[in-house]
Design a protein around this ligand. Structure first.
Ligand code: ATP
Length: 377
């Protein structure tokens, strides 16, 4: 049998020292073998050299992990400093990231970490007509955001999605290669009638004031923000608007002990910068809202725990196939949260399942604090 280092080196070679890099990565357990139905592939659990976490390797080539996007928190100066030439402004849709690609002859949706997402893969036929696209372009990967009130991973949803979930293509990558330039993607999206993120147009660095107006409009509409993409070469930038920071805090304030320490501080900072720059008004009102969101959530948490309930997030999702639903729930076995199915109903060919993610740490903290426990601070 072919040695794994040889196989990896055949599937992908770095500029130099290829076998050594793969050997070391294997030694550090950065590479995992994954199976989905009859497909097997290799997944990078951690970055390896220049390859992102979530990259997958199979006989059909390499599907790179979706690159990280740098954030700016002062929009006008962020544009002036980082974008020397024309760029596009796109909506940053608030959902979860999947790469849709052909692997082992099957079209699957891969999560950021490189797992096949059982939910998205189950619903792919409802979300986009991918057949003609992959017949014509088997070497391309669709980078998409899935969002909606019935998302299994997000408790927030863009306000214009009223039910279920929708998928939006925001990039395309060539297997083993680069992300396509926006214009090439716009052309392919149009040609194959794919669902896309909204594009607000093309701008120059001197148009910062117009981009600020778009950010204000996004804030009014309750959207998350924007991604700025150079027309030619260059790095993307992301920027999020005040309402999205408050919504993020509102959605998570009740989980306070389960959130990473910096989560709220980062959002408060971004909120402060954005309110000042966009001059969207209502500063006082938002400051009060922010306080209410925190104190109100802690109050709600105490009430829940006192009534014998646990701190949880609630979801409702639709599956087509039961086997995918089983696969989806088995993913949580490795996660630090507990998941409990609270209801199930079959309607119009879908299994509609309700479930909760239970946050044990926050529940235990609220409960022991109410019970008079002491802390060293
Ligand atoms: P990072 O990109 O730094 O890993 P993250 O995983 O926390 O950050 P976000 O801060 O939400 O993610 O921002 C980047 C993500 O935004 C992308 O990975 C993608 O899933 C999502 N996104 C939504 N709309 C777009 C868009 N139009 N262009 C690019 N990415 C978009």
């Amino acid at each position: 049998m072919e040695d794994l280092v040889e196989r990896l080196s055949r599937l992908y070679s770095f500029r130099k020292d290829t076998p050594t890099i793969w050997q070391e990565a294997l030694g550090k357990h950065k590479i995992r073998t994954e199976q989905w139905e009859d497909i097997t592939f290799l997944r990078l659990d951690k970055p390896v050299h220049s390859l992102e976490r979530g990259t997958i390797l199979s006989e059909e080539g390499i599907i790179n992990g979706y690159p990280r996007i740098r954030r700016i928190i002062n929009l006008a100066n962020g544009i002036r400093r980082n974008l020397p030439a024309a760029f596009y402004v796109e909506e940053k849709v608030d959902g979860y990231n999947v790469r849709v690609a052909q692997v082992g002859g099957k079209v699957v949706a891969l999560s950021r970490g490189g797992y096949v997402c059982p939910f998205t893969t189950d619903r792919l036929d409802d979300l986009l007509d991918y057949g003609p696209f992959f017949r014509g372009n088997p070497d391309l990967v669709l980078c998409c955001e899935v969002a909606g009130p019935e998302s299994p991973y997000n408790t927030e949803s863009p306000p214009y999605i009223k039910e279920d979930v929708r998928l939006f293509v925001f990039d395309m990558m060539r297997k083993g290669g680069q992300v396509l330039l926006p214009e090439e993607r716009y052309r392919l999206v149009k040609r194959y009638g794919l669902p896309s993120v909204r594009v607000y147009g093309s701008f120059l660095p001197d148009d910062a004031e117009e981009v600020l107006d778009i950010a204000r409009e996004m804030d009014r509409e309750g959207l998350e923000g924007m991604v700025l993409k150079p027309q030619k070469e260059g790095r993307y930038l992301k920027y999020t608007v005040p309402s999205s920071h408050i919504n993020d805090i509102r959605a998570t304030a009740i989980l306070v002990k389960d959130m990473p320490c910096g989560f709220y501080l980062k959002r408060i900072l971004m909120l402060g910068f954005a309110l000042e720059e966009l001059e969207v008004g209502g500063d006082r009102e938002r400051a009060r809202l922010l306080g209410d969101v925190f104190t109100g959530s802690i109050k709600d948490a105490q009430e829940l725990v006192l009534s014998g309930k646990e701190i949880a997030e609630h979801f409702q999702v639709r599956f087509r196939k039961r086997e995918n639903m089983t696969r989806f729930f088995s993913l949580f076995k490795k996660a630090p949260v507990d998941v409990r199915i609270t209801g199930e109903q079959t309607l119009d060919g879908y299994i509609r399942v309700r479930f909760e993610r239970i946050y044990r740490r926050t529940t235990a903290f609220i409960s022991s604090s109410l019970g008079g426990a002491t802390f060293v601070d």
